[in-house]
Design a protein around this ligand. Structure first.
Ligand SMILES: [Mg+2]
Length: 236
C-alpha cells in the first residue's frame, strides 16, 4: 500500500514574491493576480519553481499518495497548485490555510496510520505535533535579490529523491526519516549542505529566516511562516 507524502508549498516547492517589477514578472514561471477589496487594487505575485521540481514530483507521485498542505490562503495557493503544479492530475488534493490547526499542520487530518505518512516542510513548526513524521528542507526563495542565484544553485529537491525512495521501500516512515536526520546531524559540523553558503564558512547554511507566504502581507495578518525579508519588493 502506498504511503502518504505531504508537501509544503511556499519556500519548499516554489518561491513567490508580490511585485510590480517587470523583470521579475517576466522571468518567473507563473503570475497570480489577486484583487484586494480592502485596498481597491490588485496585486501581482511572481511565482518561481524550485530547481528540479518536476523531477522531484515525478518520483514523489510515482511512489506516494501526494498532498499539498500550505499555510497560505486559498486565493493565492489554489491557482498556483492547479496551474503551475498541475495538482488535479498529480495529487490527491490540496489543503490551505483554513485547514491549519493552531497554526500548524496536523497530520491526523489525513486519516492514515501515522507510521505511513511523511511531511516535507521548510518550517519545522508546521509539524511540531508529528516530529517523527517530518523532515525539514532548506528554504528556497529568500528574497528577490538572491532568487536568480538560488535558481542556478539550489538542488535540495533533487537531493531529497533518495529519501523518498527509502521511505517508500521501508515498512514505516520512521526509520528512514530518523536515519536521514541522524546522518545530517552528524555531518552538521563539517558539511556545507547549501550551495548558497560561503565556502569560507564552516557554518552550514541551515536557513534561519522565516519562510515567506505572499498572502500574509496582503491580509495584514501573519502566519507562523510569514516573512521578515529585507526586500522591499516583497512587502506591500
Ligand atoms: Mg513553507
Amino acid at each position: 500500500m502506498r504511503k502518504t507524502l505531504v508537501l509544503d508549498l511556499d519556500n519548499t516547492l516554489v518561491a513567490s514574491f508580490s511585485t510590480s517589477k517587470a523583470q521579475l514578472l517576466g522571468s518567473c514561471d507563473y503570475v497570480v493576480s489577486i484583487p484586494r477589496e480592502k485596498y481597491h487594487d490588485t496585486i501581482t505575485i511572481a511565482v518561481f519553481k524550485r530547481p528540479h521540481l518536476e523531477e522531484f514530483l515525478d518520483v514523489a507521485c510515482s511512489l506516494f499518495d501526494v498532498w499539498i498542505f500550505t499555510a497560505s490562503d486559498k486565493s493565492y495557493a489554489q491557482p498556483v497548485c492547479e496551474n503551475l503544479l498541475n495538482s488535479k492530475e498529480r495529487f490527491k488534493g490540496c489543503l490551505f490555510r483554513d485547514s491549519l490547526v493552531k497554526g500548524g499542520k496536523d497530520l491526523s487530518i489525513f486519516n492514515v496510520n501515522m507510521d505511513q505518512i511523511m511531511i516535507i516542510d521548510d518550517d519545522e513548526f508546521n509539524f511540531q505535533n508529528n516530529p517523527k513524521n517530518g523532515v525539514t528542507i532548506n528554504s528556497f526563495g529568500f528574497d528577490t535579490i538572491t532568487i536568480q542565484k538560488e535558481l542556478r544553485l539550489d538542488h535540495e529537491l533533487r537531493d531529497f529523491i533518495p529519501l523518498l525512495k527509502s521511505v517508500a521501500d521501508s515498512p514505516t516512515v520512521f526509520e528512514p526519516i530518523l536515519q536521514y536526520k541522524q546522518f545530517h546531524s552528524s555531518n552538521f559540523q563539517n558539511c556545507d549542505i547549501s550551495p548558497l553558503t560561503s565556502s569560507s564558512s564552516n557554518t552550514p547554511a541551515v536557513t534561519s529566516f522565516h519562510a515567506f507566504s505572499p498572502f500574509d502581507d496582503m491580509n495584514d495578518e501573519k502566519s507562523p511562516n510569514s516573512a521578515t525579508s529585507a526586500s522591499s519588493d516583497i512587502l506591500i
